[in-house]
Write a protein that binds this ligand. Structure first.
Ligand SMILES: [Zn+2]
Length: 255
């Protein structure tokens, strides 16, 4: 095994408060396609390329929510066809052993929860909840909404029949305040932050590692593309699958 992975494992064990920040690269290992890459989802709509700005645009959603539900049927609501990757599973195992205190994610695919992680902060919102844009207090959980979407219908408000919106942050909406605050606090508390599968181009993820660095913490980056913080990272890896395969073996040896 790569010596650097052993060094990383020692670092994680010694850390007082280790936090992970994850992005799309973690999900592509589970067969979830990223949006804009070569094989990206947006190149592959039923009637030609899908338009991200339409699928996740709040004004567009209010006019025609079926566009979102049609597109998301094959990458959000089909979670029972997706398996957590080695990264999801080892992160959950690290948390269980007390070696990881919190997980901040940009992903909206719920795979960290499916993998067994408990303290998950979803800074771009989450389809765990669907709500009515008109009636305060009307909620539908993911499983119920997903069953309706998979049957080809739209989840509707039981009070006014309007199509429900997932609590994912759409273009034109503000990010979830509570998740943002929690993510900032966790990043400040961290003496070690693992930055995984994100190129740190979008806020708030782009700015969170700086909170850790500013408080004297260390940052490790695992990503197959350069990031603006590479020169400040104490370790840097390209291959998420290799690093987490290795960490999983090392963790098993200690149990
Ligand atoms: Zn309603």
């Amino acid at each position: 095994m790569n010596e650097e992975i052993k060094i990383l494992f020692e670092r994680i064990k010694k850390a007082r408060y280790c936090v992970a920040l994850t992005g799309a690269g973690v999900s592509t290992l589970s067969g979830i396609r990223d949006f804009r890459g070569k094989n990206g989802l947006y190149n592959d709509g039923p009637a030609g390329p899908l338009d991200a700005e339409k699928i996740f645009d709040i004004e567009y959603f209010e006019r025609d929510p079926s566009v979102y539900y049609k597109a998301a049927g094959s990458f959000i609501y089909n979670i029972n066809e997706k398996e957590p990757s080695v990264v999801h599973l080892v992160l959950a195992a690290l948390e269980k052993q007390g070696l990881l205190k919190a997980l901040i994610t940009q992903n909206i695919d719920l795979l960290h929860r499916k993998g067994g992680s408990r303290r998950v902060i979803e800074v771009h919102g989450s389809p765990q909840v669907h709500y009515c844009l008109r009636c305060a207090g009307v909620r539908m959980g993911f499983d119920e909404a997903a069953a309706i979407v998979r049957s080809g219908d739209l989840p509707r408000c039981k009070r006014c029949n309007r199509v429900l919106k997932p609590a994912i942050t759409f273009f034109g909406e503000s990010l979830p305040a509570e998740a943002l605050r929690d993510a900032g606090t966790e990043a400040q508390n961290a003496d070690l932050m693992l930055v995984l599968g994100t190129s740190l181009t979008v806020n708030p993820a782009a700015s969170l590692p700086a909170y850790t660095l500013r408080n004297g913490g260390e940052v490790v980056i695992v990503n197959n593309m350069p990031t603006h913080l590479d020169s400040q990272a104490i370790q840097h890896f390209d291959d998420l699958g290799e690093v987490f395969g290795g960490l999983g073996e090392l963790l098993e040896d200690t149990l």
